[in-house]
Design a protein around this ligand. Structure first.
Ligand SMILES: O=P(O)(O)OC[C@H]1O[C@H](OP(=O)(O)OP(=O)(O)O)[C@H](O)[C@@H]1O
Ligand SMILES: Nc1nc2[nH]cnc2c(=O)[nH]1
Length: 178
């Protein structure tokens, strides 16, 4: 892995595809055990989660259905503090076991918005799985059930995550050099 330039910003290698695959394998094993004998509705959060969601789902052996929502709150490297819902739920989640799947949880603003949306549906349970968690800055009344990596407060791209729309396609994750 070498450094990456997007617009005028430099990014350095941060997590390799091998490390990511290993973390996903461990997350999937845990989910397969925790939800054995149950049916799970995964709520994937577009756009950023598409790659993680795809790799995670390939390792799930439990019965699982998929629902996608599209939420957006970032411009450049910062949150606007306002979550725009560009695509919402398409069916009822009443009485279902639901798992939110996120690529990254940072301030927790997006999670708070989504949790309120899901709780109104009266599901049987809601759990949260994210590949990356910025524990230093995360502030929320909601708990994260599973995360792949706890990372410092650095802006990251790759593996589904973008910098102003670019960089999502890389199989590894890079961190901004400030
Ligand atoms: O915890 P927070 O500070 O709310 O940040 C987390 C959110 O930021 C990213 O979405 P973004 O708004 O960048 O949209 P995208 O997924 O389409 O890139 C990411 O996919 C999360 O949904
Ligand atoms: N691409 C990207 N999106 C984010 N959303 C919240 N934090 C981040 C981050 O570090 N990188």
């Amino acid at each position: 892995m070498s450094t990456l330039r997007i617009y005028n910003k430099e990014f350095e290698p941060f997590l390799s595809r091998t490390e990511i695959a290993q973390a996903i394998h461990e997350l999937a094993s845990k989910i397969n055990t925790d939800f054995a004998g149950k049916e799970l509705v995964i709520v994937g959060v577009l756009d950023g989660a598409f790659m993680f969601l795809s790799d995670l789902m390939k390792e799930l052996t439990i019965n699982v259905t998929l629902e996608m929502v599209k939420l957006k709150s970032y411009e450049g490297e910062s949150t606007t503090g306002h979550v725009r819902r560009l695509l919402g739920l398409s069916r009822s989640l009443r009485g279902r076991h639901v798992m939110i799947v996120e690529d990254i949880i940072d301030t927790g603003i997006t999670l708070g918005h989504l949790m309120e949306l899901l709780e109104a549906e009266k599901p049987a349970s809601v759990t949260v799985t994210t590949l990356l968690l910025k524990e230093e800055v995360f502030k929320s009344k909601y708990a994260i059930d599973h995360f792949g990596f706890s990372i410092p407060n650095k802006f990251v791209v790759g593996y589904g995550m973008d910098y102003d729309g670019l960089g999502r396609q890389y199989p590894d994750i890079y961190a901004a050099i400030h």
